[in-house]
Design a protein around this ligand. Sequence first.
Ligand SMILES: [Zn+2]
Length: 431
Amino acid sequence: MPKPEITNRNAGFFKKDLETMPPKKRVEYLNQKLRGVIQYAYKHSAAFKNKLDSVGLKPKDIQMIKDLEKIPVTKKTELMELQRKHPPFGGFEGVPISELRRIYVSPGPINEPGESEYNELGWAQGLYAGGFRPGDIVINTFSYHMVPFALQMVDNSLHRIGCVVIPTGVGNTEQQVNISKTLNVTGFCGTPSFLFNIAEKAEEMGFNLKEDLSLEVGFVAAEMLPESLRSQLEEKFGMIIRQAYGTADIRCLGYECMKKNGMHVPDDKFVEIVDPETGKQLGPGKTGEIVATTFNKVYPLIRFGTGDLSILTETLCPCGRTSPRLIKILGRVDQGTKVKGLFIHPGQVDEVASKHPEMAKYQVLVTRSEHKDEMTFRIELKEEISQPEKLKEEIERSIRDVTKLRSNVQFVPKGTIPDGAKKIEDHRTWE
Ligand SMILES: [Zn+2]
């Protein structure tokens, strides 16, 4: 089979008008979309109507983004509970069940309505921004069974771009290698670790990844993508790898462009970063929970809490897209804690450690004395060093850069921090 010739992977947009809207116009656009979905959901989604009624609000009270704060965040546990009471969707669906094409069942179990015409933008925008182009032959190695991601979202979005999909699903690594070779596959969709498996298997089978395979673009999701793994895979295959973020219920919430500059929020979603305890918007630059609102009438989730932590930035991206970006996914809300009013989480602790290769083991202790929070970074060094004070200062600076907090740094003898210790140990008592 001849290999398709595709150029211009680095430039262009899937929906230029939307992606490059001036920031002011974007706000107006989002406010208008928001009013539309609020009106619609109040009328058609029993769960959303109950939510607004429970706090004494009417749709007209939600006119703009800031008003969203008045609506309590819906947590996943609440969704699951309501689904158990009112199967299959807990009243969150926005159309009669007879109008659906499919019902998906994700782990939980959580049921998701599958519309007959899938026209959500996010994943297609992400695939395009990640370099997928018409004519690409793509193995879609996400799971096609039960869950909506591979079948409804990725498969349909590739089709919208004009790519040809081979629905390989997950597993069968050797067969995936053979398919990639014989069908001159140019694109990969799947988890980063599965792409790594394919690389290992292909090398084991005696293939040279660059010469014998034709992979040029990879779209990865559903797992953290360490930069070291990305660069290793990009180098081995000679391909571009970009990642995206989303969930089965709320769908695409962010995708990387060629600039690898965080993940652009798609134009059919609204994303807030909130204080996980109060649900108040934190604004750009602050760590908090990702809370999302979709403009999807089939499944109009409004202020849905993902339980994931991130930071939003509104600085302009050199790619030309004007949407805000999630800097990266930092971990889960329930693994973090608040110190002096700021949220810290294990991902930040690791980030500090990654800047100082001298560190062998580390743990953050949070304590409280005289009604003030204190944070202590306990560190076991790989070996004794000549200027511990200098290193201490450097680590203190890294902690300030990463967490915006001051912390004590304490070098402790080897064996002090137990194996498998929690990254953040909260020793505060509140009597
Ligand atoms: Zn960009």
